[in-house]
Design a protein around this ligand. Structure first.
Ligand code: SF4
Length: 648
């Protein structure tokens, strides 16, 4: 197919940020299409500046383009002005590399890492002239694939997606290519889409919803079952055993316009074993798999050299837990090849003074603000959610931050958590007030921002059975908190829209019937739902009512142990009884320690995947884990090394 560039270029004069649509970033490829190469269009269904830094998409982009039998290009959601111009000019969704229409690709693959982008996914299919519903597609249409954290409850998107990929994508994209290549080589007249979907469903980690049917009784889901033989009843996620085998991205894209996280990003490990009960990412990415420190340093060195960036972020769910983090960052900042100009950031700081000290050493360039995430306002609440940060740790971290020159500290909290009482909400204001007090010992004026989000209980977490707070209740709690914080100079309360939490709950907790709700919201004009200027809960409520569903039933109702959850046929590796027991422990206020330092709780994440993570010493570090509230300082921390192996 010919490039659409001659039609696209005239549109760029009249839209905001034309650089979103031109491609040409450093690191971008210009793959050559042709027979024998499976063409993937990798899509991030949000604006370019949000989607471009996505590491998952960049990793797959490189892996596919390195294969002789595949190629990959990218696309992001055109902003509303560009979409209007494209529709008026008859220009379909196009790729950034060769500016080819979406239909020129064999696979359109979405990265879905947030539920509020679901309507954008539908919009992109429509803009790409790909039939919206999987059931309407023929062998002449691209295969629609989705992966990312949201794939762990695929049912709300089941009507629109041909195949979901669960877990790490590095290996599975190659296996999907291996199935599609020979299939596409057959004469068009004999291509059987159903047959290739069956072949894909036999790849471990691939879920083809058309081959499974939900069953309801009395308005409740009672099963999601296969309707063809030889496909698994429960679909297991994929787990890459050794990150050392996948040192990607090697050529991180350097954009021509401003984007979020505009810096070199190097992933230091996957997985988290701290066991925060609200955290879906921590649960579904287990076990912990560290990248060898030598490889981290090499990737940083090469990446900085290639990209010209002066900031590198060492990314993971909890970077301060990376074995030998101190040595690794010291060697990066002291590397004479970088000189004085390079700054290292640890996006997920542990709440302790030692970590702040490390941050002070390495964050040379910009010292604008530090962020901590206590998540709960009282120790009781933090025990329930298993986020074991003691107040004294927080104050010593804040003390260290203000004492070392930071002027602004941001604290993340959730409200609407299980067992929450008003005193837990008021505890947020009290923590904020005390942090301001601590800061004023060092500086004449400081800013503490308490950022509050409404909790959405996510699939595959111990809180998956919990009934989400209503919009009215969240508003009441926000008002309570604002009132308590009023008059505290230096303390600012920010909150996320409780209405958006309700919509997120619908999309993340719904069953297959919610697909029609998402379609109605999209047809009513509801795109870019993550952007407050485009979000309106009324569309979601009207769509739910039109489908005979209610917010109460989908979001606010607590589930019991026997209820079939819409994602029960999907496995993130965690045993259901482990999650249920942990839920009961939460209600009892009992905590679980990080399993790197304790005997295994048999959550299933390691044993279920023929992997195990092993700490170098069975003896916990002096002072225990973070759960005791004590620092793991350089002197007393036992080196942690991940060893992967296969269980007999
Ligand atoms: S299987 Fe055991 S060691 Fe592995 S993540 Fe679960 S609790 Fe931790």
């Amino acid at each position: 197919m010919d490039s659409l560039w001659p039609k696209i270029e005239p549109l760029l004069l009249a839209v905001q940020k034309p650089a979103r649509y031109i491609g040409g970033e450093q690191g971008a490829r210009r793959p050559v299409h042709g027979e024998g190469r499976v063409a993937w269009l990798l899509l991030y269904p949000d604006a370019y500046e949000v989607g471009l830094p996505n590491q998952g998409l960049q990793i797959l982009y490189e892996i596919l383009n390195e294969r002789p039998d595949a190629l990959a290009e990218r696309a992001y959601a055109p902003w509303t002005d560009m979409e209007a111009a494209m529709r008026a000019a008859g220009v379909p969704l196009f790729s950034l590399e060769n500016h080819l229409p979406a239909r020129a690709f064999d696979v359109v693959a979405f990265n879905v890492s947030a539920e509020l982008v679901y309507t954008n996914l539908l919009n992109l299919l429509d803009l790409g002239e790909v039939p919206l519903h999987a059931a309407e597609r023929t062998a002449a249409d691209p295969l629609v694939v989705a992966g990312g954290h949201c794939a762990y409850n695929p049912e709300p998107l089941a009507d629109f997606v041909d195949a979901f990929v669960l877990g790490d994508g590095e290996e599975v994209v190659g296996e999907v290519t291996d199935v599609l290549g020979p299939w596409l080589a057959e004469p068009a007249a004999v291509l059987d889409r159903r047959a290739v979907l069956c072949d894909l469903a036999r790849i471990e980690g691939v879920y083809v919803p058309a081959l499974y049917e939900p069953r309801y009784e009395g308005g409740r889901l009672v099963a999601v079952e296969p309707v063809v033989p030889d496909v698994p009843e429960r679909i297991e996620k994929r787990t890459v055993a050794d990150l050392a085998d996948w040192p990607y991205p090697r050529h991180q894209l350097v954009p021509l316009t401003e984007v979020v996280h505009d810096r070199l990003n190097v992933e230091v490990f996957r997985g988290c074993t701290r066991g925060c009960r609200f955290c879906q990412a921590g649960m579904i990415t287990r076990p912990v798999r560290e990248r060898p420190a030598d490889q981290v340093r090499q990737m940083v060195r090469d990446g900085l050299e290639r990209s010209g960036y002066e900031e590198v972020a060492l990314t993971s769910l909890s970077t301060a837990d990376f074995s030998g983090i101190e040595d690794t960052v010291r060697e990066i900042v002291e590397d004479p090849r970088h000189g004085e100009r390079v700054s290292v950031s640890l996006p997920s700081l542990r709440v302790d003074a030692f970590t702040v000290g490390t941050a002070a050493q390495i964050q040379r360039v910009r010292r604008t603000g530090l962020t901590f995430a206590p998540e709960g306002g009282t120790w009781r609440m933090r025990r329930v959610i298993n986020k074991l940060i003691r107040e004294e740790d927080l104050y010593s971290a804040v003390d260290a931050a203000f004492g070392q020159g930071w002027r602004r500290v941001k604290l993340y909290f959730l409200i609407g958590l299980p067992t929450e009482r008003d005193e837990d909400v008021l505890g947020i204001a009290e923590l904020g007030r005390r942090c301001v007090e601590v800061g004023l010992r060092h500086q004449r004026s400081v800013t503490v921002v308490a950022s509050v989000g409404g909790f959405v209980p996510k699939p595959h977490t111990p809180f998956q059975w919990f009934g989400q707070d209503t919009v009215g209740e969240l508003h009441r709690k926000v008002a309570l908190l604002r009132e308590a914080a009023r008059g505290v100079r230096g303390l600012t309360v920010r909150w996320h829209d409780p209405e958006a939490s309700a919509a997120e709950g619908i999309a993340s907790r719904g069953d297959r019937r919610v697909g029609a709700v998402i379609e109605r919201v999209w047809r009513a004009g509801g795109t870019f739902q993550e952007w407050s200027e485009h979000f309106d809960l009324t569309r979601w409520q009207e769509a739910l009512a039109a489908e005979g569903l209610s917010l109460e039933d989908v979001c606010h109702r607590e589930r019991d142990a026997d209820e079939v959850l819409p994602w029960d046929h999907i496995s993130a590796g965690l045993h259901r009884d482990f999650l249920w027991d942990d839920w009961q422990q939460a209600l009892a206020g009992a905590v679980v320690e990080d399993c790197r330092w304790t005997p295994c709780y048999d959550c299933g994440a390691c044993t279920g995947f023929g992997l195990e993570h092993v700490v170098a010493s069975p003896v916990p570090p002096a002072g225990g884990s973070q759960g005791t509230g004590q620092d793991l300082s350089a002197g007393d921390r036992v080196p942690v090394r991940l060893v992967t192996g296969t269980r007999p």
